[in-house]
Write a protein that binds this ligand. Structure first.
Ligand code: FDP
Length: 336
């Protein structure tokens, strides 16, 4: 039980004081992302009214053009970071190229942000949970000059902070700065994210596995055998089809989330920069594991393109180890 309400801003500020040389820039940046999350949350909550307010791409009754929510979420994140002055550049899953942001009031920023503004967006029209994922890197190019693509093409191990916001039955923001994972639930009555889940730890095992089993026949043999094993163990299948929601469940109840290669997506579907790396950083910080189908640690993968895809298996550490054993065993068998 928490004895009194601690807001996200207060928590971030307190944590800053734990780092003697912290300048407050990361603190401000995290706070700005929290503000963007509240704005997106407001719009996500109105999504069901879309038939009343107007259909995306068409003018609503007030004469405003109604936007698709993922486009809206992208704009809001970019706007919040543009005005913050703490961000040298941003790249998102929605944009072809990154944007370099100019300094504000003569101050040059040292961080860049990567973001999937609305993950699981195919779920919006049917009122199923969606999320926002973000990651923060320290730029590697010279501060004072426009940021470069190299600032974004950094391995997951270089992440300074990462988080996600889940717009579910309640809205929750979960983040890490590499020192544990904490969750904050939005209290709509006061408009604040309040500390609700301190030091989240993923259970070593869980009772569910999460994969799009509709693609079963398109998976490699070793993945199919692992899925059979999960079924043999009587594990339940849970697949929302929104990565943030599926991984969030695993953060608390344990389990494994898989998005392997398929014939349609030979390199995997999910994006390394916007989805796999930030979520893997969070999962590892909570005691979990995240690897790809070649059994490489996600956070160690080289990244050469902003929109690079990756395969992924993440979640409870012992379940990821099991999956690893299956891959080793059956891929060796396939080579004989
Ligand atoms: P979406 O396409 O709806 O945005 O990366 C996007 C993602 O959703 C993940 O959130 C989700 O886990 C996955 O794709 C769902 O893909 P499938 O429909 O192919 O299972």
């Amino acid at each position: 039980m928490l004895d009194r309400i601690i807001t996200l801003d207060e928590f971030i500020f307190r944590r800053q004081k734990d780092f003697p040389f912290a300048s407050g820039e990361l603190t401000n940046l995290l706070r700005d992302i929290g503000v963007a999350a509240k704005i997106i949350n407001r719009e996500v909550n109105k999504a069901g009214l879309v038939n009343i307010l107007g259909v995306a791409g068409i003018e609503n009754s007030s004469g405003d053009l109604v936007q698709k929510l993922d486009v809206y979420a992208n704009e809001k994140i970019v706007d919040c970071l543009k005005n913050s002055g703490e961000c040298a550049g941003i790249t998102t899953e929605e944009m072809e190229e990154f944007i370099a942001l100019p300094g504000v009031d003569g101050k040059e920023a040292k961080y860049v942000v990567v973001c999937d503004p609305l993950d699981g967006s195919s779920n919006i029209d049917v009122n199923v949970s969606v999320g926002t994922i973000f990651g923060i890197y320290r730029r590697v190019s010279k501060i004072g000059e426009a940021c470069k693509v190299e600032d974004f093409l950094q391995k997951g191990t270089a992440l300074v902070a990462a988080g996600y916001v889940l717009y579910g039955t309640s809205t929750i923001l979960v983040y890490t700065t590499g020192n544990g994972v904490n969750g904050f639930t939005l209290d709509p009555t006061i408009g604040e994210f309040c500390l609700s889940h301190r030091d989240i730890r993923i259970p070593a095992r869980g009772n569910y596995y999460s994969v799009n089993q509709g693609y079963y026949l398109k998976f490699d043999l070793e993945v199919r055998r692992y899925i059979d094993h999960c079924s043999d163990l009587n594990l339940g299948l849970r697949y929302i089809g929104s990565m943030v929601s599926d991984v969030h469940r695993i953060m608390f109840q344990g389990g494994i989330f898989l998005y392997p290669n398929t014939r349609k997506y030979p390199k995997g579907k999910l994006r390394l920069l916007y989805e796999c790396n930030p979520m893997s950083f969070i999962v590892e910080q909570a005691g979990g594991k995240a690897i790809n189908s070649k059994l490489e640690r996600i956070l160690d993968l080289d990244i050469t393109e902003l929109h690079q895809r990756a395969t992924i298996a993440m979640g409870s550490p012992e379940m990821v180890d099991d999956m690893q054993n299956f891959v080793n065993r059956y891929s060796a068998a396939a080579m004989v």
